[in-house]
Design a protein around this ligand. Structure first.
Ligand SMILES: Cc1cc2nc3c(=O)[nH]c(=O)nc-3n(C[C@H](O)[C@H](O)[C@H](O)COP(=O)(O)OP(=O)(O)OC[C@H]3O[C@@H](n4cnc5c(N)ncnc54)[C@H](O)[C@@H]3O)c2cc1C
Length: 182
């Protein structure tokens, strides 16, 4: 931890604002969260009887969609297992087929978020601050996020009445409102 604290002190040395105070308090901190934001891109979401879900399958890092994607994926995985009556090979293939494109769209959003929020140059900082201070541009960015975070989902509860017992909700996930797909 001492080495990590030194790395942080060196990286932020000489900066203004609240940084000196924060660096000073670093010395007394008994715990430190020090990690990189990274993502493992996997070629397939399942092998044998094991299927990946959430970040393990398709993390979007700080794109802002990881939690939603994980919940949607859990719904589809459970629905496909029920639909395939436990035939995991069929279920896993359908699960990935249903969500791959959607998840990759979310990941693409994440690819841009890091460099935008933490640019490496003064110009990048100036551009970021300028954009974040313009309401119409912010709204446009949010709209773009909404476009890629919508996906049509099968209505497993309608197909498999017993699934309703588990409180499965179906329809379109996304900001454009619920829309059932038969
Ligand atoms: C800085 C940052 C900001 C984010 N902001 C947003 C946001 O605004 N909106 C959003 O939707 N998403 C956001 N995300 C992404 C979101 O946090 C993840 O997509 C989401 O937590 C993924 O859930 P998960 O269950 O797949 O993985 P995790 O939440 O990472 O859960 C995995 C769990 O497994 C545990 N674990 C790991 N290895 C083992 C092991 N060997 N044995 C037992 N347990 C183990 C871990 O300790 C952890 O508790 C952000 C992520 C980051 C890093």
């Amino acid at each position: 931890m001492a080495q990590q604290k030194t790395l942080i002190r060196d990286a932020f040395a000489g900066l203004g604002w609240e940084v000196p105070r924060l660096l000073e308090s670093l010395g007394q901190a008994p715990e430190l969260y020090f990690d990189s934001i990274s993502r493992a891109d996997v070629p397939t979401w399942s092998t044998g009887r094991i299927a990946l879900l959430g970040d393990a399958a398709c993390g979007a890092t700080i794109g802002g969609m990881g939690t939603g994607t994980a919940v949607v994926a859990a719904y589809v995985l459970a629905g496909e297992l029920a639909r395939a009556r436990g035939d995991h090979r069929t279920a896993f293939a359908r699960y990935e087929h249903t969500l791959r494109d959607y998840a990759q769209g979310c990941q693409k959003g994440g690819d841009r978020t890091g460099p935008f929020l933490a640019p490496g140059t003064a110009t990048g900082l100036w551009v970021r601050n300028g954009l974040l201070n313009r309401r119409w541009l912010l709204n446009k960015m949010l709209d773009m996020g909404k476009q890629i975070s919508s996906v049509d989902l099968p209505d497993y509860a309608a197909e498999l009445p017993k699934a309703a017992a588990f409180g499965v909700v179906s329809g379109r996930v996304g900001p454009r409102g619920a829309r059932r797909q038969r």
